[in-house]
Design a protein. Sequence first.
Length: 337
Amino acid sequence: MKKIRVNLVSESEISVQGHGVHTAYEEMAHSLEIRDDVELIRGQFGKQVDCDIVHIHTVGPRTYRKLFQKGVKKVVSAHIVPDSFVGSLLFAKAWRPLAVLYLRWFYNKADLLLAVSDETVNDLKELKVKVPIEVLYNSIDSSRYKTATIPRAEIRKKLGIPADAFVVIGAGQVQPRKRVDNFITAAKQMPDTHFLWIGGMPFGKIAADNMRMQKMMDNAPSNVTFAGIVPLADMSSYYHAADVFWLPSEQETFGLVVVEAAASGLPIILRDIADYDTTFGKDALRQKTIKNAVEVINSLREPHEYAIWKKAAGRIANRFDSVASAERLVGLYRNLL
């Protein structure tokens, strides 16, 4: 069977990284590069690439030019909806109407739009997107997260975390919508538990409420550690240095870090929001309030309860493994061609 030539594009490859879209792009690239029925060309910004399909992950000025290349099919992964900007970038509520118009225009230039969750489909329909939409969940090579390359004790020593501490880990950009403030508030109520957050503010001074976020990190209690942005290759080691994963975010299109943590064997705690209903569902513990989160975290100190939710995390990891996802993606490519 003839190889499909795919130009996979994400501006994160040459600009800001340390966020979920870049991870999703890297994971997809990896899953396609190991196949023998796809020839993958990364990037090549500003060039007319000899290919069958251009597959775009970001919506900036470097990628929108790819939408005008003639003679190829255009696939766009919709990681971003208008509400993704609110609580992420400065003054987003003010320029949200412009984002709506731009995203509507951008997404309607595609031949096929890939929504990263069922909830994202609803957002895209509200955006008045008219092109065909398929749901293709973000995925990872879960085998790369099953073991740690850096020993648990070494990571904890590096971060100044006691070797015998019960550790709750969270991951993502430090921004209002991730509700890192909830993470810190819970830590204040649980002085016998250590809280570790992986991620920073890769967009710097244009990140939403960046001065308040920095002050919040600087004044966090002693049982909270902000490790900053960690190389993707080392993420599994940081997950394995923890005991439980908690993402208190109040808005997500998917949440790839959830799958990474699940593949690392950590029980998963998430805010009870509709974004997760058809993705992680009942395989993750759901919390509505900080008090509820504290109760759930404490419940996982009990070995039997921990084992139940560790097994549930395994189901999440299996469901979103990149091998099956890449097979479906290539099938979508062939149907489009």
